[in-house]
Design a protein around this ligand. Structure first.
Ligand code: TXA
Ligand code: MG
Length: 344
């Protein structure tokens, strides 16, 4: 299959592909998604096939209007409605009890459904023009970093899907916050741009699924979002995170990098603009600025993909903020590193 990369001019055609049960990759404000008709089991199955994704890992259903939630979800609580009103359209996915109409092929057989109303104009226009609700995981091959540009999608999906809608670089760069609203107290299943503090302002107490809160591998805790149990976002080389005061981190990373270079390995360093010049390796990647956490989130998957292209054996990275958006950044970095974290 030939994969075409097109602009928003092709939205009408993209809508037709979705109606016909096909796949279209499209930009959202978080990462690029790989979309198909959410209420058509066969279309959803094509997503799993194209991504090489385990079929027990459910998809997020994307909607263009809040009212569309009623078509697919039931027993929606007041708190859930308040949260949707406050953060939609935007980078938040809400888990609700599903209605019969949503096929098991979309929810991986779960009695619940993940719903998100994206704010990206191309995403919303695609949903509207297709006349369907669109199931979409991130548009990467399973196990690869999520795509933040159309070029990233093409790297992974060339020959596997008919169309990629190019909307340039995404704004946020990490996937939506997932919050389970099926119980009395909301539970964050995946941290993201919408933080616990932001949710608590609207809905009172909010919990975090213990499986995603930790800084170590949680062996005995089963993640409630099935996707969070997989080793996601992993670069091909071994990523090691180092945390501590800036001076100590720089010294330790330089030490480890030197040793591996002497052993003949290809080594790279990931750091922030403020410190990047302090590292001795030939390959250094700036992820963003410490003064601006948004820039670090936006740079994260790009940098991991660049490390892959260079076939690095070892990648040493500074660690990032622990508060607010920093939680989501560290959650993705720790997973990418297989929880290899050195604390100084
Ligand atoms: O920002 C995003 O959310 C992006 C864009 C494309 O919208 N999408 C995305 O989808 O990240 P994906 O498939 O890569 O991640 C979906 C996550 C998985 O961890 C999955 O297990 C979880 O959502 N999930 C989906 N349905 C669920 C459900 N009913 N209960 C619990 N977790 C669910
Ligand atoms: Mg994903």
């Amino acid at each position: 299959m030939k994969t075409r990369v097109v602009t928003a001019d092709a939205l009408e055609e993209a809508g037709q592909i979705i109606r016909d049960g096909g796949l279209v990759a499209f930009p959202t404000e978080t990462v690029y998604g790989l979309g198909a008709d959410a209420l058509n089991s066969e279309a959803a199955a094509r997503i799993y096939h194209a991504k090489g994704r385990p079929s027990d890992n459910p998809l997020i259903v994307h909607i263009a209007e809040i009212e569309q939630t009623e078509r697919i979800a039931r027993n929606i609580t007041k708190k859930a409605r308040d949260i949707m009103e406050a953060f939609w359209p935007g980078p938040l996915t809400v888990i609700l009890h599903k209605k019969e109409i949503v096929p098991d092929g979309t929810t991986g057989g779960l009695p619940t459904v993940a719903v998100r109303m994206p704010s990206h104009p191309v995403a919303r226009e695609l949903i509207r023009r297709s006349g369907r609700l669109i199931a979409a995981p991130s548009a990467n091959l399973s196990g690869r970093p999520s795509p933040t540009t159309a070029a990233h999608v093409l790297e992974d999906m060339d020959g596997r899907i008919p169309m990629i809608l190019d909307g340039g670089s995404v704004g946020i760069g990490i996937e939506s916050t997932i919050v389970d609203m099926t119980g009395e107290i909301p539970v964050i299943l995946r941290p993201g741009y919408i933080t616990r503090e932001m949710l608590e302002e609207v809905a009172g107490e909010v919990e975090i699924d213990p499986a995603v809160a930790g800084r170590t591998m949680q062996k005995d805790v089963v993640a409630k979002a099935p996707g969070m149990k997989y080793k996601h976002y992993a670069p091909k080389g071994q990523l090691v995170l180092v945390e501590g005061s800036a001076e100590k981190v720089i010294q330790k990373i330089n030490e480890m990098a030197k040793e591996k270079v002497l052993q003949g390995y290809r080594v790279g360093v990931i750091a922030t603009e403020e410190t990047i010049d302090r590292y001795c390796t030939e390959i250094r990647k700036s992820i963003g600025s410490r003064k601006n956490p948004d820039s670090v989130a936006a740079g994260l998957y790009r940098v991991l993909r660049e490390c892959d292209e260079l076939s690095l054996d070892y990648i040493y990275s500074e660690s990032f903020f622990e508060e607010g958006l920093g939680n989501a950044i560290m959650n993705r970095m720790l997973k990418a590193a297989g929880y290899h974290l050195i604390t100084l």
